[in-house]
Design a protein around this ligand. Structure first.
Ligand code: 6PG
Length: 230
């Protein structure tokens, strides 16, 4: 299925969707790619399966699409999620781990990560989707959605957890060679419809995110895809 610049794959259930994304992550790791991960609850299973499929990530580089401004050991940390479910299960760690320093003051953490990311092309960016249509920490109608220069900015959350964020901007996300949305569950069906099938609007930030010159793929389960037409 294809919808407004996105190739859509609908899998039977959340486990199958996680497995599909795990295969993409494992392939990217094997190909020594630069991979940006997301937080939230959805990708955890994909990370676990990716570590099983490919336990050697020494040639890969790992980045993050966003971070909550908490220390890395805090249970809300996006780095912490990836550490528990992916990094700690690998036999060989990625050669390059570019963590967003959530323990820093947000403007400083964003400026540091902007410098780290500048000049780099991300090969694969994995994004979740909030029920309000947010991706990374780009929330509906946030000022950062108009950003044209900066690659990384501080941001305010509009959903839990209510901690400040640091997030890649739309131009940083759009410059990725491949963007992969992983979305499961009926609670996301309306957001999926707005983001994948609707026009690009700041009220549903995911609708504004497509790879500029590469590929955009959405991996969904049947529940999340239930409002899309064939
Ligand atoms: C974050 C994320 C965020 C997430 C969505 C979906 O830091 O919260 O990167 O963009 O992907 O909120 O989260 P769930 O998978 O928990 O629904």
């Amino acid at each position: 299925m294809r919808s407004r610049g996105v190739e859509i794959e609908v899998l039977d259930d959340a486990e199958a969707a996680a497995r599909r994304v795990a295969e993409l992550l494992a392939e990217a790791a094997r190909a020594a790619q630069e991979i940006a991960l997301s937080g939230g609850s959805t990708p955890a299973r994909a990370y676990e399966l990716a570590a099983e499929l490919e336990p050697e990530w020494s040639d890969a580089g790992v980045w993050w699409a966003d971070e909550r401004c908490v220390p890395p050991e805090d249970e809300r940390s996006n780095f912490g999620l990836a550490k528990r479910t992916l990094l700690d299960k690998l036999e060989r760690q990625p050669g390059r781990v570019h963590r967003i320093r959530g323990e820093e003051e947000p403007a400083e953490g964003a400026a540091d990560y902007d410098r780290e990311l500048r000049g780099m092309t991300l090969d694969l960016v994995l994004l979740g989707l909030g029920p309000d249509g947010h991706v990374a920490s780009l929330f509906p109608d946030a000022p950062g959605l108009d950003e044209t220069e900066r690659l990384v900015i501080p941001a305010q959350p509009k959903l839990e957890p209510y901690v400040e964020r640091v997030t890649l901007t739309p131009p940083a996300l759009r410059s990725a060679r491949r963007i992969v949305f992983l979305v499961t569950g009926a609670a996301k069906a309306e957001a999926v419809e707005r983001v994948l099938a609707g026009p690009p609007v700041s009220a549903a930030p995911g609708s504004m995110i497509r790879s500029d010159s590469g590929e955009t793929l959405a991996v969904l389960d049947q529940d999340a895809a239930s409002r899309l037409r064939d």
